[in-house]
Design a protein around this ligand. Sequence first.
Ligand code: AHE
Ligand code: ZN
Ligand code: ZN
Length: 191
Amino acid sequence: MAPSLHPLIDNGIAKGDPAFPGGTLHCRCSSNQVVVTLKSNVAHNHACGCSKCWKPDGALFSVVGVVPRDQLQVSANESKLHVVDRSAVILRHACKECGAHLFGRIEREHAFHGLDFVHVELSDQKGWQEPQFAGFVSSIIEQGFNPSGMDEVRAKFKSAGLETYDALSPPLMDLIATFTAKKSGVKFANL
Ligand SMILES: N[C@@H](CCC(=O)N[C@@H](CSCO)C(=O)NCC(=O)O)C(=O)O
Ligand SMILES: [Zn+2]
Ligand SMILES: [Zn+2]
């Protein structure tokens, strides 16, 4: 049987609504759920195979997008959140009880500083931007996925209409490299 990439991808991707204004995310506890309100849609939503992004049970990939951090607020049960790994670049705030990651925040100097990372499957609403690409695909091998299955994984993404990359998409890698270049004082050559 083909492996599950992610529930939002396995049975075909539902297109989002570009006019969707945002909504709420909630953790998976049966009571006293942590609730996060987003005042905008997500951007750069993507499947991520890295070892740190939160994946639903049985899924090989996470689906994660970003919102400006000033558009995100924790609306209920904030005291249930803890940071999973304080040494990571993205500080992932997860529910201590159910383990769902409500948001990831970057506090250090970084190309993506100011953006929070969120998982739209934690919302009951429809209209969130659909996944745009798959990143860190080869990283699933580091977590125990047999490398012989990678062709099938990449083919499955392709049939769902997603490009696969082993880091982020070219526009996002360009943003990171531009940030690094500017930080080191590089002067861009004129074409
Ligand atoms: N092979 C590593 C890769 C981890 C990695 O660099 N992940 C990216 C993408 S996460 C969302 O797209 C990253 O920026 N990580 C920073 C962090 O996780 O704090 C692995 O699998 O762990
Ligand atoms: Zn919870
Ligand atoms: Zn990731």
